[in-house]
Design a protein around this ligand. Sequence first.
Ligand code: ADP
Ligand code: ASP
Ligand code: MG
Length: 453
Amino acid sequence: MSNSDLKNINVAKFGGTSVANFGAMENCANIVKNNSTTRVVVVSASAGVTNLLVDIANTAMSKEQIRQRLADIEAIQYAIVADLENTDEVVDKLEQLLTSLTDLALHEEIIHRADLKDALLSHGERMSSLLFSQVLKQVGVVAENFDVRNVLKTDNQFGKATPDLEQIKTATQSIMQPSLANTVFVTQGFIGSDADGNTTTLGRGGSDFTAALLAEALDAATCEIWTDVIGVYTTDPRITDAARPLPELSFEEAAEMATFGAKVLHPATMEPALRQNIKVFVGSSREPEKGGTWIVKDCETEPAYRAITRRKEQVMVTVKTPKMMYAQGFLQKVFTIIAKHKLSVDLITTSEICVSFTLDNPANSVLERLNQATIEELGQFCEVLVEENYDLVTVVGNNMHSAAGVSSKIFAAVADYNLRMICYGANPHNLSVLVSDKDSSDVVCALHDALFA
Ligand code: ADP
Ligand code: ASP
Ligand code: MG
């Protein structure tokens, strides 16, 4: 590769469906081959594997049930091996991974220890990256399988570890940078390691974040997120056929969409991109010729409405005290307890005697964490009502708080639905409504018709 390519390197990330089987991996390998600036490839676990691993990690089950899931995982990976021309280099390593995976899966404390869970989960990405590096070699690309845990340093919050940006920068510059001209690194998304060398994970969907972090640390010019859709759409194309792909988005819009539920990007993905001004591309590995969405600092357009997102499984808590009017420090007391239990508050509304707030459910764990202890603690000084089965629907756009007619158009579109909570004006990029999960698809469709038809 030329020196100019090295100054403009690209980090390409391929999601689970893109590395689900040999054919899908071959499409990805050709995408890498056709862009000589791609020097780092980040892969997710093959589709289905992480879900099976999460199941083993979180559900009490018999040894036989565990072995069945392990067999399913093995079958997914060996179906890929079956299509490799040269298996010498991978089979031993794959067998070693399957052995350590089996040991962890059958470990007596697997469902109780967060460190073991992360070690278990890491096997999905470690296996897929091993196999994908071989597929790349098969299409003629010089590539090596690289253990991202050497560089992706994090704290030790297992399950949702926070990356240590400085250490990542130093390690990638010293370990990866010198070889970028000679080889394509094929590495794992989603996983990292703490100061003691324990394996950590970044949270579900975290491979996008890994790609952006490596792009930042290596001063990359671009970061490509290859997935199963031809870009970021006006809304999740699984909700309505009317959704259409967007050619361009700003960092802020994309960050907002990701935060408010557009699963196509992990919510933290845009942070490194924004800090380092790295252009992010989203496209389909099955149909790369169809192009995709470019996420950039400055867009040509700044429409009032850009997209609609939905975040599912929101929990609403209402705390009520007849004395609130006079009770100074009531809110502080409530939020101290919430913070102590590591719950993060999202939307808030207040009245004289009531405060309602929603709690996000990023890793499907709010209900687990909003346990009896939290409720009892709150219950010592107020009435507590917990309501489930809500979704948050958000319109993402620009200058929404100051543009005339924005709110009236949105509220007219959803006039037939019960809006349990509304958040508007705190941020120029969004307007959110909390609705029953039974209504949320219809609310998204109604908004889409009104704003994008
Ligand atoms: P990957 O495994 O490649 O990371 P994900 O399943 O995490 O893929 O993300 C892709 C999915 O995100 C799409 O299949 C789509 O259903 C969903 N999605 C949600 N909102 C959007 C949106 N606004 N635009 C595109 N896809 C979206
Ligand atoms: N394999 C992980 C998951 O399924 C990470 C990712 O795919 O981004 O959540
Ligand atoms: Mg994803």
